[in-house]
Write a new protein. Structure first.
Length: 461
């Protein structure tokens, strides 16, 4: 099917990513339509768009998740395409279908791609077929026979993890360390899966004790050509939410990453994948295990942009315009090292959200420093959405230089009026293990338990 060309894009998202997409569209000479909820009326990026339309009240269910309102807004404004950003409707295959049925372009993968990879069991099956290594465990849903599940857990070996096939956002997962906890974990995860994700399929795999979270960014044109754009390490996580990301992943031989990258590309070509995607892996003792694919733009895409020099959002839009990829794998090189800190409006000790008016907003600068944020002094952080208000991205020729620049930039950054996790970032990037590189996915949580960081870091906000 020939996809219609477009000259105007509706951005179906909010906050820093709405601004990021707006910038990419403008740099390509595309017209922009921003939609906003009543809570985002005064956001600065709204005024930067060629057109802005209010799509409903503050709750996301009545605005950013209202598919009918979004398609109507696109039609009414004369937009030819919808960019979903991340979160909200970005991985909703039914929305992608609706957009296309309305004669609009969905800036993202095909609905089939989204469905295939959105179900973690079918994704795992497809990856095994494509020769991508997966976490030990069967590639089918568990049935209701407890004895069979019990035998399976025994075969895999405890600890195991029970996961919802439709899970996301770190929800719908339970670790089981011994047989005594299995029955409850199965029924609780199934119930949670049914309620939160509308499908009760669950599966079981080996729980890896100390892995790192490594991911590969891919870009494909849906015409049989795909590329991988390097690796990222997103191991520092709290409750499965990433806090600090870097590119490339340290202390992994480039040949190993290249092999994994090539497998991801082969999988994309096999799937007829279109657009941006991220293959997520856990890496333990040098071995890689696929866990899931995100079929959208990621929060952490800027670290890859900084080391490859590629505007990933522009490439994503070019694919949606039907252009074949202009880049070859041999054109992709990586220079230096980049980090990203997610700056959240939250109490750095309790993690309680801290919405409200920002009274002072001072952003750092200097070589290699990039801020992706929609916030400003006087901006009211609404209580209705994700608490991320800025991304601080820093590049340097080496990891050491980048990390030193990051520490300085965090010190320079000052946000007043609301609480932020800046003090936590300032301490974490100075931690010897973080400086050494290669911490595992549990490191941040155990580091947080040693509350000593709070004592010496209460300068500034
Ligand atoms: P979500 O879609 O909710 O992000 P993922 O499958 O990507 O779920 O897993 C999120 C996080 O959960 C991973 O980054 C990792 O920290 C942990 N995790 C998932 N599967 C395993 C596993 N088999 N062993 C250990 N940790 C796991």
């Amino acid at each position: 099917m020939i996809r219609p060309a477009f000259t105007k894009v509706l951005i179906a998202n909010r906050g820093e990513i709405a601004l990021r997409i707006l910038r990419a569209c403008k740099s390509m000479g595309l017209h922009t339509v921003v939609v906003y909820s009543q809570a985002d009326r005064s956001a600065s990026y709204v005024a930067l768009a060629d057109q802005a339309l209010c799509i409903g009240p503050a709750p996301a269910s009545q605005s950013y998740l209202d598919q009918t309102a979004l398609v109507l807004a696109a039609k009414a404004s004369g937009a030819g395409a919808i960019h979903p950003g991340f979160g909200f409707l970005s991985e909703n295959a039914d929305f992608a279908v609706r957009v296309e049925q309305a004669g609009l372009v969905f800036i993202g993968p095909t609905p089939d791609n989204i469905r295939d990879m959105g179900d973690k069991i079918s994704a795992k099956r497809l990856m095994i077929e494509a020769g991508v290594p997966c976490v030990p465990g069967p590639n089918h849903a568990l049935d209701f026979d407890y004895d069979k599940s019990c035998a399976l857990a025994h075969e895999i070996g405890y600890p195991v993890i029970i996961k919802a096939a439709g899970g996301g956002g770190g929800k719908g997962m339970r670790i089981v360390t011994q047989e005594a906890g299995l029955r409850d974990a199965l029924s609780l995860t199934r119930e949670e899966a049914r309620r939160a994700f509308g499908a009760s399929d669950i599966y079981m795999e080996k729980y890896l004790a100390h892995p790192r979270h490594i991911e590969i960014q891919v870009l494909a044109d849906g015409k049989g050509h795909a590329l991988w754009l390097g690796s990222r390490d997103c191991s520092p996580q709290r409750r499965h939410q990433k806090m600090l990301e870097e590119a490339p992943a340290v202390a992994i031989a480039p040949e190993i990453i290249s092999q994994i990258g090539a497998r991801c590309v082969a999988a994309c070509e096999r799937l007829g994948y279109r657009g941006l995607g991220t293959f997520e892996f856990l890496m333990e003792d040098g071995a890689f295990f696929f866990i899931e694919m995100n079929t959208r733009l990621q929060v952490e895409h800027p670290v890859t942009e900084m080391v490859t020099g590629i505007d990933i959002v522009e490439q994503q839009i070019r694919v949606a315009l039907g252009e074949p990829l202009a880049l070859r794998q041999s054109d992709i090189s990586q220079r230096g090292h980049a980090f990203e800190c997610r700056i959240n409006a939250e109490d750095p000790e309790t993690f309680a959200p801290s919405p409200g008016v920002i009274s002072a907003w001072h952003m750092p600068g200097g070589p290699g420093v990039r801020i992706d944020s929609h916030a400003f002094a006087g901006y009211r952080v609404p209580p209705h959405y994700d608490s991320m208000i800025a991304k601080l991205i820093v590049h340097g020729d080496t990891r050491d230089i980048a990390l030193r620049r990051l520490a300085l930039a965090l010190d320079e950054m000052n946000i007043e009026g609301i609480k932020t996790n800046l003090p936590l970032h300032r301490a974490f990037v100075r931690d010897p293990q973080v400086i050494a590189g290669g911490v595992d996915i549990h490191y941040l949580e155990s580091w947080l338990k040693e509350a000593s960081w709070t004592k010496d870091q209460h300068h500034g906000s």
